[in-house]
Design a protein. Structure first.
Length: 290
């Protein structure tokens, strides 16, 4: 009799487990569907810019007259503070154009640093985070054609490279301002990246700070883990120790922070070794999470 009761209860248990599995499956499918909708909405919110082929843009820039280049230089420098190093470069370029020797001997800066690579090896994407008229962060992403793991490298915004529009050395992030009448910001910045890396940019994606935060929120947030409480009042960063699931605002603060402090032994102190390279690593990690 006891054995009979045991066997009659087992189908009820199985049915209960099946019902629980069905409910869990429906909930999981609903979550996946909702996440997919949020991801699609986030994807649609990213600005994708068509731009002309590098060779065509370069040919147009090469036809610029000296007067046109001079006009572009003046517009690029109008209302912008000029750092000391920029002033030295401007003095070198001015002396060179006028056929004079500069008041100090400039470094021998090579025109190009990398040989061109065949396009068939990979598809390239330039992801740019924008702050105002200049690029705040730049990540070059390579997707190998053989299906191997993607490659990402961050490009320092203060990297000095030749600007083909002005024919002068300038910070890489200024390329986003474009070349009036000859190249848009995406096109000029892509050319400058190509000249430096030897890699032609196939696709360009621009995201402003508001758009970045919206994408993170649309995807349901991300997880950030730190050993100690950290803060940065300039970036409005405030994270407790351990792992936190954060929304777009704190994720944005994490990838932007330059003056990060941590709370150790009852005292707030600057995070040892924090630099622009730390910031670039945060940006790459965030991209992998997204």
């Amino acid at each position: 009799m006891g054995r009979h009761r045991a066997w009659t209860r087992r189908p009820e248990v199985v049915r209960a487990l099946l019902m629980a599995a069905i409910v869990l499956g429906v909930a999981l499918l609903g979550f996946i569907a909702a996440s997919g909708v949020r991801a699609f909405q986030a994807y649609r919110s990213v600005e994708r810019e068509p731009f002309a082929q590098a060779a065509k843009v370069r040919q147009g820039i090469a036809r610029m007259t000296d007067e046109q280049r001079s006009e572009v230089r003046q517009e690029a420098s109008a209302g912008q503070p000029v750092p000391l190093f920029d002033r030295d470069l401007m003095a070198i370029e001015t002396a060179r154009r006028n056929g004079r020797q500069p008041y100090f001997v400039p470094l021998n800066i090579p025109e190009a640093t990398s040989p061109a690579l065949p396009d068939s090896m990979f598809a390239s994407y330039l992801l740019v985070g924008q702050e105002g008229p200049r690029a705040d962060s730049m990540i070059l992403i390579l997707l190998p054609s053989d299906g191997s793991s993607p490659i990402m490298t961050s490009l320092p915004r203060d990297l000095y490279v030749k600007n083909p529009c002005t024919d002068e050395y300038a910070r890489l992030n200024t390329g986003l301002g474009g070349c009036k009448g000859f190249a848009g910001g995406a096109e000029l910045l892509s050319l400058m990246v190509q000249d430096y890396t030897g890699i032609e940019v196939d696709h360009f994606v621009r995201v402003d700070f508001g758009g970045f935060a919206d994408v993170i929120d649309a995807l349901g947030g991300v997880e950030i883990c730190v050993d100690n409480p950290v803060r940065d009042w300039r970036a409005q960063l405030d994270l407790p120790a351990g792992c936190s699931h954060v929304g777009g605002d704190q994720a944005l603060a994490w990838v932007r922070t330059r003056h990060t402090e941590e709370y150790v032994d009852g005292v707030w102190r600057p995070v040892p070794g924090a630099s622009d390279f730390t910031r670039e690593r945060h940006q790459q990690e965030m991209l992998f999470k997204v």
